[in-house]
Design a protein around this ligand. Sequence first.
Ligand code: SAH
Length: 467
Amino acid sequence: MLLKISTTHTPTTDLSHLLHKHPEKLQAVELSNGKAHVFYPEATEARCTVALLLDIDPIGLVRNSGRNGDDSFSLGHYVNDRPYVASSFMSVAISKTFSTAMNGTCNKHPELVDRIMPFEVEISVLPAPKGGEILIRKLFEPLGYQVNLERHELDSKFTEWGMSKYFTLNISGNFKLKDLLSHLYVLIPALDNEKHYWVGQHEVEKLLEKGKGWLKDHPEKEQITKRYLKGIGGLTRNALSRLLEGDEMIEKEDSDEGQSDIVKETLHYKRLKVVLDELISSDAKTIVDLGCGEGKLLRMLLREKQFQKVLGVDVSFRELEKASDRLRVQEMAPKQKERIELMQGALTYRDKRLQGFDAAAIVEVIEHLDPNRLKAFERVVFEFAQPKTVVLTTPNREYNDLFENMEAGQMRHADHRFEWTRNEFESWANQVAERNGYKVLLRPIGDVVEKVGAPSQMAVFNLITNE
Ligand code: SAH
């Protein structure tokens, strides 16, 4: 496994000063599962390249992992991609061989530490999980790298086998060396599904230390954190809340909901925020939240003075109880209590109590209805309740391809009866608007990814009036 870092910064000897590695010497560092060799394949006046060659011992790997028992003879333990790919071992090697540079120390030339230089990095083989190229780009590009990727065939002799999950990655940009090394240290294992390390609180500290100054503002911080920490919910929440200190994304109440998926949680927060903004700009004063669940949106609505009356409706009594607890309805001052009401009801039965509201929010609810009940739902909401504005969201099925651990055709929630593509949603929304005298606008929620769109989608309906 080979990592090459090149610069055209002059004098090119600056790179070797920063790395504390002499261009004419070949050096080797012992690692627990192999050796790291450092050498300079080129060191001219115009360009300097340092190479880190990782020589992993696959047999030692098995011995050191302490595996035994029934599967200890499994061939996969001995014949695998570990020796050839950039993985968490590469991070260990980077931090061992270039520790002074990573820590930003350079006794001889301290002024070089903060110097921004043009760099080009080549990782000969990088495994990427589901989402492959898109994921790699999402991790590196926001940091300012130009990304070039070459994906490899499984076997060039058998082209019909198709493509592998392995890429050669070339990234370039202008950075301080210490930042570049920290990016690699965190992002390489974040891309590797088979991290060798034991993940505990120690890894949270390492991640925060190496991510200092850049991870907090990275648009994929949740995904990076979660992947780096092997998806362990408690550690991920801990790292993210420290990273985002003061950021409302991780609501306190959510931290004791067990192993709930932090990525979905933050997407949900984003979604609720978009819905809230839409309701605020609709000028509505009274809102009904249909299928309010445990009342996350209700709580956000109550914080806005603009909303004088908020009604939460759900078919589940249990959810309404949770909402009541979350909102602390019992402890509310009388004036505040007057603004909120919770009520059990089904969205597929006509109900007078739903009439007369300026706006309705219907967030991630329709996909819980049987498709043959959609028509009834449409009549209840758009024909009888008839709020001036309806803000409705539902998942975008096309995006599911990017979620790891999701099988093809699987839905995001066991209770979902369907999940729509962007076209399916748009066509339904247009028909509903047409039939009921509304106009409708569709918007993506979350980052839009080429070909598949954003994770969630929203339709904003406005009743056409004659005014
Ligand atoms: N809007 C909330 C909850 C979404 S989960 C949020 O975004 O956080 C879907 C909710 O719809 C659940 O609380 C479920 O009880 C409710 N629901 C499902 N079918 C319903 C129906 N026919 N009538 C009313 N609520 C329903």
